[in-house]
Design a protein around this ligand. Sequence first.
Ligand code: NAI
Length: 299
Amino acid sequence: MTINFEGRVAIVTGAGGGIGRGYALELARRGAKVVVNDLGGARDGTGASDAAQTVVDEILSAGGTAMANGGNVTDAAQMEEMVARAKEAWGGVHILINNAGILRDKSFAKMTMEEFRLVVEVHLNGSANVTKAVWETMREQNYGRILMTASSTGLYGNFGQSNYGAAKLGLAGFARTLYLEGAKYNVRVNTIAPVAATRMTEDVLPPDMLDVFAPEKVAPAALYLVSEDAPTNVIMSAGGGAYQVAYITLTQGTVLPPEEQTPEGIAAAWDRITDRTGEIVPQNGLEQAMMIASMLQRA
Ligand code: NAI
């Protein structure tokens, strides 16, 4: 099976470097027309450069089709304009990879609320801005593939990244409702949690691991998740050639009799509540309520 993107228009945010650049190059190599968005700022989001144009030049010289966009994902009007330009030039937008991001790492004790808000603004609200700008088009086309970028920090935590972790798990939660709302319109929504040696991780990953975690190794997972036969509602991790899926599971738990529905009753039943035997992965929030209803019937 060959996966190609002929006739598809893709937007990749933050594609002027790192992981996003790898996505843009590979999408273009496989036939997509690619909007390379990047503000071109530093790791902390300050400044600007023509990083997007550099990647577009690479794509064009390899025979691909691409346009640069230097817009800021936090600016909804700029993102709407980017989508309008892509539609004008190429007739639609079929794929969106929300990848742009910045870091402002500090322990929560030392972090200002401005630093907290800025990181949430770029990752979470920025992804919502671009998604909003393509959503109606994808519904009308009856075709859309959207990929959010989470992180092991969002899923599992990392010291010094409370702002980033909040935004990243927020993105996974965003995807979990969008996949339900998009299903009827053939819009599939997934989340990737990459691991790659880029400027974002240069002071975290050991130097001898830099080659192992080449950013290009994330692209196969991302491209599969935005392909025609992509799954939906998946949280996938990709790094160094290893590919995994993360689940948010629910234990079977237990129903307590009314007299034990107390903090003391919870403490006494803790082993049963946390027992992972038979845990499930609900496909939507309502499934949990239905599960409780059937537990109550059985109790
Ligand atoms: P990177 O710093 O090389 O790439 C991020 C890109 O986003 C930069 O080119 C930057 O200019 C652009 N950008 C930042 N703010 C923007 C804005 N407001 N509007 C438009 N573009 C903007 O970092 P990397 O590693 O390639 O990260 C890509 C994504 O993967 C990010 O969302 C990051 O949080 C995520 N990620 C990366 C991991 C890794 O191991 N490198 C681990 C987990 C998640």
